[in-house]
Design a protein around this ligand. Structure first.
Ligand code: PNS
Length: 176
């Protein structure tokens, strides 16, 4: 049986921490869906279609950032988006039995646990928590946006396509 998992998140932007979790999850399953999900609690910088495109480019360049994904022969990776509806319905649609989440600290776990329990209760979908690599433990998408908007360098935190996209949108913000 093919094991299929979904790695959901806002990914606004995708960080090297996210990329590391995706690469590690890709070693555990036959098929991994990296899913850009609309989080109603956040107002995203990039549209979900933009994020999907930027993530595709990021994965294509992942080797250059030192993140190695298993070869296409070993795992199928799908980049997709979900702009409404339940995550577990997406899981049902694609035949996924597991969700993958990266955990940096206790606050992440507290935020994730209720969602993991609800998703299991709703549809029997299990959540696999992967501890973040300590080098990425302090990086968040919101901090990266803040640093980029204030003119700081974010090359260490996000793939180069996201660096460019953040610089472009930060420039737009100040010129308005
Ligand atoms: O990167 P984020 O913003 O922390 O990701 C949170 C996200 C989008 C994964 C979460 O909000 C989510 O799972 N949304 C899906 C909607 C859903 O199914 N909700 C009910 C059960 S949790």
């Amino acid at each position: 049986m093919t094991s299929i998992a979904v790695y959901p998140g806002s990914f606004d932007p995708l960080t090297f921490g996210h990329l590391d979790i995706a690469a590690r999850a890709a070693r555990l399953f036959d098929e991994l869906h990296i899913l850009v999900v609309h989080n109603p609690g956040k107002s995203p910088r990039f549209s979900s279609a933009e994020r999907v495109e930027l993530i595709k480019h990021s994965l294509a360049e992942a080797g250059r950032f030192g993140t190695s994904f298993p070869s296409a022969a070993h795992v199928k990776i799908v980049i997709d988006s979900l702009d409404g509806g339940l995550l577990v319905d997406y899981c049902r649609k694609v035949g996924a039995s597991a969700l993958v989440k990266g955990v940096r600290n206790n606050a992440d776990l507290e935020y994730e646990l209720p969602m993991a329990r609800v998703n299991r209760d709703l549809a029997g979908v299990e959540t696999i928590f992967l501890p973040s690599d300590p080098q990425h433990g302090f990086v968040s998408s919101s901090l990266v946006k803040q640093v980029a908007d204030l003119g700081g360098s974010v090359e260490k935190y996000v793939p180069s396509v996201f660096v460019k996209a953040l610089q472009a949108t930060a420039a737009n913000k100040t010129s308005k």
